[in-house]
Design a protein around this ligand. Structure first.
Ligand SMILES: [Zn+2]
Ligand SMILES: [Zn+2]
Length: 239
């Protein structure tokens, strides 16, 4: 059985991407020599300007609830439009340091979100996320983490066990290329039950989509081909 080929990390003008969902879908279908089965829209959500930190939950919901709803509706509408050609998943990328105090409020806004990628975690953050990851309303993963740099005082073995126990998936992101420089990590990763996702982190250059097959081939060579994370598209949220 072959796993579907999914690129789960693409930004749109909703956050800091240059291409619309439709443009991203077209670009993926136009890739030569490869059949992409689905793409994940993974815009940054909950980006509070640091000049105006939101400190309480009610204020946070007031600022972000409608915006999040609009994002989810937009992605779900695209899913309908592209049905039969390409599966459009609704992910999001969340800056951990910026939002770690608002996680209960954020969980309430996740209806209709298929997966979350967290970025900029240090070891304390990862252990905190691990303690609650299974209670999240959708799967959670680590975005573009260079584990040696992100967790310099923690052994690779401890990192991988933490991900496995908490069922946090690990993203093989184009930013980590050349992937061979993370040989020790990609040697240990397949020996544990950790799912991986592939992501090009598309912002303003569609040429990056060309690296998707490199990421996929690398995963297959490292016995991660059977461990590719496939999100479950979630139904529309109740109004
Ligand atoms: Zn990121
Ligand atoms: Zn990103």
């Amino acid at each position: 059985m072959t796993h579907p080929l999914l690129n789960l990390h693409n930004h749109t003008p909703f956050s800091d991407g240059a291409y619309t969902i439709d443009e991203l879908c077209e670009a993926h279908l136009a890739l030569r020599g490869v059949r992409v089965d689905g793409i994940g829209i993974c815009d940054h959500l909950f980006c509070t300007p640091s000049s105006h930190p939101v400190s309480d939950e009610r204020e946070f919901l007031r600022v972000f609830e409608r915006e999040t709803r609009r994002y989810i509706d937009e992605v779900h509408a695209a899913r309908q439009r592209w049905a039969g050609r390409l599966t459009v998943y609704c992910g999001c990328e969340i800056n951990w340091p910026l939002n770690r105090g608002m996680l209960p409020a954020i969980q309430r806004l996740m209806h209709g979100i298929d997966y979350v990628l967290f970025e900029f975690l240090d070891w304390a953050a990862l252990t905190q996320l691990a303690s609650q990851a299974r209670r999240w309303p959708c799967p959670v993963g680590l975005a573009h983490a260079d584990v040696r740099t992100a967790f310099p005082s923690t052994s690779l073995d401890q990192v991988v066990r933490t991900l496995a126990n908490a069922r946090i998936f690990y993203e093989i992101n184009a930013k980590l290329m050349p992937l061979e420089q993370h040989a020790a990590w990609f040697d240990i990763l397949p020996r544990h039950r950790v799912l991986v996702s592939l992501g090009t982190d598309t912002h303003d250059d569609l040429a990056v989509l060309g690296t998707l097959t490199t990421l996929r081939d690398f995963a297959q060579r490292h016995e991660l081909g059977d461990k590719l994370f496939v999100p479950q598209p979630r139904a529309e949220a109740a109004a």
